[in-house]
Design a protein. Sequence first.
Length: 183
Amino acid sequence: MGNRLSKIATRTGDQGTTGLGDGSRTDKDSLRVHAMGDVDELNSQLGLLLCEDLPPGLANELLLIQHDLFDLGGEICIPGYQLITDEQVANLDALLEKYNADLPALQEFILPGGSRSASLAHVCRTVCRRAERMLVSLGKAEQINPQPRQYLNRLSDLMFVLSRVLNRYSGGGDVLWRHERTA
């Protein structure tokens, strides 16, 4: 997919452009670079979540998602290239079904919070939503495949579900938003 980096400080970006995977250059503030950056930030936030105590098996599933996100960033980096597949989107659907199966139905909105791991999952969710919005904006300006957008949409839902799972795993529950509250 590309050459391995042997030199990190190339100075080729000193004028405000960066190289894409196809060898072309684009401005560092382009929609494409913003989308790549949001996906990279999401992957970093998942890495932070992976430092927490997690239910059995979840760390391996999140690690696979990190690999998918690296592919997703690669697809964004190479205009016209496809790396994210319908199968990867379906894998997220399966995880959503698996983790949502034992959760009680929501009767109220929940607030981001509870345990540290659940809070980190909420941060991942919000960064994922931002990455999805940026990808939608990029898709209005340039041709992109639908799977990356679908993948991010499913992943943000999964991170919401996982925040609920992680609060229960830590012995707590959802932090409910209360419409009527005292001062």
